[in-house]
Design a protein around this ligand. Sequence first.
Ligand code: AP5
Ligand code: ZN
Length: 217
Amino acid sequence: MRIVLVGPPGAGKGTQAAYLAENLSIPHISTGDLFRANIGQGTRLGQKAQEYMRAGQLVPDEITIGMAKDRMEQPDAAEGFLLDGFPRNIAQAEALDGILSEAGTALNAVLDLEVPEDEVVKRIAGRRMCRNDSGHIFHVQYNPPKTEGVCDVCGGELYQREDDHEDTVRKRLEVYHTETEPIIDYYKAQGLVVTISALGKVAEVTQRAMEALGRGP
Ligand code: AP5
Ligand code: ZN
């Protein structure tokens, strides 16, 4: 299956992607995680991306599209993938269509996570991420680790993302509305969008998502 996950910052895309990718046996491809890995490794791509991420703005398409394409062309993505955070504007959606049609494939679905804005602000404010694995995501209140500051899964250090501060979050939400939301209509025109509520427990949202993708119990 080839799926795009879309939703505002803090909707729970990364949290859900970890479970969905496992259930569907496809790799989770997050452009945000790829950028953060590059920043951590001090690559040139990471250095370029960092200034945009710090400001809550989109990293330019010429950097992002090439990076996403390289990742989708890895052998583990040959049979499908779950894209999280890409595409993020119409130009990226058109580029993705081109990449897929060149490869003789197409998307199966676009899963749209709907969450009210006051809830995403609360989710982002309390988020803590694991330094070892970007799939280990906690929340100080909604999903607290057993020991403060320590990942339950691997014992790694938990940290707060640099772009999770109030001003940057406001900017990221604005960018989501102006640049990313239009891709939902773009994909609606292709009949690909399934919208679910991302409120409720993490496992409930996963179940809702699997049902919406036609993979329910
Ligand atoms: P990216 O990393 O993609 O961030 P984002 O889209 O802003 O999304 P988040 O990671 O903030 O949220 P999420 O929806 O994954 O939520 P999570 O599961 O963590 O992008 C960061 C930056 O990179 C961008 O601003 C841009 O600069 C750049 N970038 C990335 N892709 C790009 C692209 N294609 N083009 C250009 N630039 C790009 O959950 C949030 C919190 O809520 C967690 O604490 C979690 O524990 C909690 N939570 C999750 N589910 C629930 C639930 N059901 N109930 C209660 N709490 C929950
Ligand atoms: Zn961990």
